[in-house]
Ligand binder design. Structure first.
Ligand SMILES: [Ca+2]
Ligand SMILES: [Ca+2]
Length: 279
């Protein structure tokens, strides 16, 4: 039964009969309200850049809560224009627009800006277990610096938010460097002029790859003039990426924690760069 449907509620109320049953109607309406309130929860999604010092950054991480059908990309297939912009330039405006169109009753959020190693951000969502549009969590973030690397879930139904009984499922999981994807849209030349976050002067700059989404082969080794050798002098630098070799075994990239707000707010120590936002 969809408790949020006014037509369903009206039908049930009218089935109780005339004015003599007003007390029963009131009691039933109260029960409906309690049921609705019981299924609503505030959920905190925390993203921590778990990379080591001088490691990889993320930019504009996107989080979406949806009905299980919003599939950002699929390994072995070409990405769409929204994922091209998001993975090549960290531009998530098309991704956000796509999500809003296909999941009008879902919830989406972007943590704006570059997220450096060690930084943590929390996004608060008001969700309802009775709302099928609040069933699954997805995430997407471009790796910077890179040509078109990102981390995201290929399977849109990999992270259910509630179990079959409507009970919230707390979870915390790590993303490792072995799980970073190459969008297949731009050759990984690691040339600063083609690489977002380095010297790339304009979006959509680089050599077209015409490939498909696939696990990333990793950055050029140190000493080959690639990203690991670069030092960024902008954005309050110098910033080194000497620790950006994410193909090292168990290289930590990010940790995503999904928790009830009442259980989470006190578990994250205050930190000047932390941000908590609400949808
Ligand atoms: Ca997919
Ligand atoms: Ca590429």
């Amino acid at each position: 039964m969809n408790l949020k449907s006014p037509s369903t509620s009206l039908f049930l109320l009218s089935s109780f009969g005339g004015p003599s049953n007003l007390r029963r109607i009131a009691a039933f309406a109260g029960a409906l309200l309690i049921a609705s309130a019981a299924s609503a929860v505030q959920v905190a999604v925390t993203i921590r850049n778990a990379a080591p010092e001088n490691g990889i950054w993320a930019v504009n991480p996107w989080i979406g809560v949806h009905d299980g059908t919003f599939d950002t990309f699929t390994a072995g297939e070409a990405v769409n224009g929204a994922i091209e912009a998001a993975s090549e330039d960290g531009n998530v405006s098309m991704l956000t627009g796509w999500f809003n169109t296909s999941q009008p009753n879902g919830e989406g959020a972007v943590i704006p800006g570059p997220v450096g190693p060690g930084r943590t951000f929390t996004q608060i969502f008001d969700l309802d277990a009775a709302n099928l549009n609040h069933s699954f969590l997805s995430y997407f973030a471009m790796v910077i610096p890179s040509n078109d690397a990102f981390w995201a879930n290929d399977n849109p139904s990999a992270y259910p938010i509630f179990d079959g009984a409507g009970t919230f499922i707390p979870r915390s999981f790590k993303i490792y460097g072995s799980m970073i994807w190459d969008a297949g849209i731009e050759v990984n030349d690691e040339n600063g002029a083609n690489t977002a976050f380095l010297a790339q002067a304009a979006p959509n700059t680089g050599t077209t790859q015409n490939g498909v989404a696939a696990l990333h082969a990793g950055f050029m080794a140190a000493g080959q003039g690639g990203i690991i050798d670069q030092v960024l002098t902008r954005f309050g630098g110098p910033l080194s990426f000497a620790g950006a070799d994410f193909k090292q075994a168990m290289y930590p990239v990010a940790e995503i924690t999904v928790s009830l707000v009442s259980n989470s707010t006190s578990s994250f120590p205050p930190f000047p760069s932390n941000e908590t936002r609400a949808v």
